[in-house]
Design a protein around this ligand. Structure first.
Ligand code: TXA
Ligand code: MG
Length: 341
């Protein structure tokens, strides 16, 4: 593994020369911050054990949680995993987009590192809907392993600056694709077995998937409990701001920061960020992580969050907020905070 050198992160506008440079860096085993429509990813060559190990090292993940293989097209996805008729239909409908599919891996998994799949029989695959991500994946020509580009246990990044602030020393280059349009991570749908399972609510609303699949998806496990042993990524304390988070707030203290939602904003907070004055859940999702960061300031005692409906993208927003509000487990403990990034 190349030595991890501390250096200031280079942020580049995503012109063709920058994308070509990013592809060369990936080929050389380096890590690159790249925009997707959900959150920024910490990209590395998914076929290289060394590059994948570097991702875990950079994030400070105490153990090897499996990573998503990002690809630019269906043919590339099909080299990694077998897409049966049901998976092909869902992929055709929702890719490129904020959906990750858990599929049975092919023997060899199209070269994807065993470390990236954590030795499972399944593999997570996604075609992101961001022109810069797609251009990078096409230029690189191999799958890119990409967890969210934040240190383990911290809030996911939705701007290039967030990536530089959190992981600047570990990435060779950050491609600046602007603010992430969706703002919460992809929905993770397990299609590896006979019964589809929603493993993580995310940027694609449950109802859209249920309509396309023609079945009700069983609820995602309550925050803190893995939906199944094969879903290592649903542990409680995640997306943790440093300040405590208070949910369902209808009033706010003068020493609190307010994360507001909708027109009925209580007065008196030390600082306020509005997710969506109109009560628009897509707008709220896009603002969520940047606003949480902005409110997580030393001078406030806590972050109070107004109630947010559980419908549509509200499910993913509330899932992330419950994790942010959860008691912090000891790092590295079984089921602990940093086991999932
Ligand atoms: O929006 C996103 O999904 C972002 C962008 C960068 O694409 N990526 C992201 O990656 O959120 P990450 O590593 O933070 O989350 C991947 C999730 C984790 O919950 C992980 O446990 C789960 O996918 N996962 C990966 N492979 C799996 C597998 N074979 N079976 C079950 N869950 C899996
Ligand atoms: Mg993450």
């Amino acid at each position: 593994m190349p030595a991890m050198t501390a250096r200031p992160a280079t942020i580049r506008e995503p012109e063709p020369a920058a994308i070509a440079q990013a592809a060369r860096l990936l080929a050389a085993g380096e890590l690159v911050g790249f925009p997707t429509e959900t959150v920024y990813g910490l990209g590395g060559d998914a076929t290289s054990d060394a590059a994948v190990a570097r991702i875990f090292q950079a994030k400070g993940r105490p153990r090897f949680n499996p990573l998503i293989a990002h690809v630019h097209g269906l043919e590339a996805a099909d080299r990694i995993a077998r897409l049966d008729a049901r998976a092909a239909r869902i992929a055709a409908r929702f890719w490129p987009g904020p959906l990750t599919l858990i599929l049975s891996r092919r023997a060899g998994a199209g070269g994807v590192s065993l470390l990236a799949t954590a030795g499972l029989d399944t593999v997570a695959v996604r075609i992101p809907a961001h022109p810069v991500a797609l251009a990078l994946l096409e230029a690189f020509g191999r799958p890119v392993a990409g967890p969210s580009a934040n240190p383990s246990g911290r809030i996911s990044p939705t701007t290039a600056r967030h990536v530089a602030d959190g992981l600047g020393a570990a990435v060779a280059l950050i491609l600046d694709g602007g603010d992430c349009r969706v703002g919460v991570e992809s929905t993770v749908l397990d299609l590896s077995g006979p019964v589809p399972a929603l493993l993580r609510p995310g940027g694609l609303a449950r109802a859209e998937l249920e309509a396309a699949l023609g079945v009700d998806l069983r609820p995602a496990a309550p925050a803190g409990q893995p939906a199944r042993p094969a879903s290592p990524g649903q542990l409680l304390s995640h997306y943790a701001p440093a300040r405590p988070v208070r949910l369902g707030a209808t009033t706010v203290g003068a020493d609190e920061a307010l994360l507001a939602f909708g027109p009925d904003q209580p007065a008196g907070a030390a600082i306020t960020r509005q997710l969506s004055a109109a009560g628009d859940l897509a707008e709220a999702a896009a603002n969520l992580f940047a606003h949480l960061r902005a409110l997580d300031r030393p001078e406030v005692r806590a972050i109070a969050v107004q109630p947010i409906p559980e419908t549509g993208l509200g499910e993913a927003i509330n899932d992330r907020l419950r994790r942010a509000a959860a008691p912090r487990d000891g790092e590295g403990a079984e089921g602990g905070a940093a086991a999932f990034d």
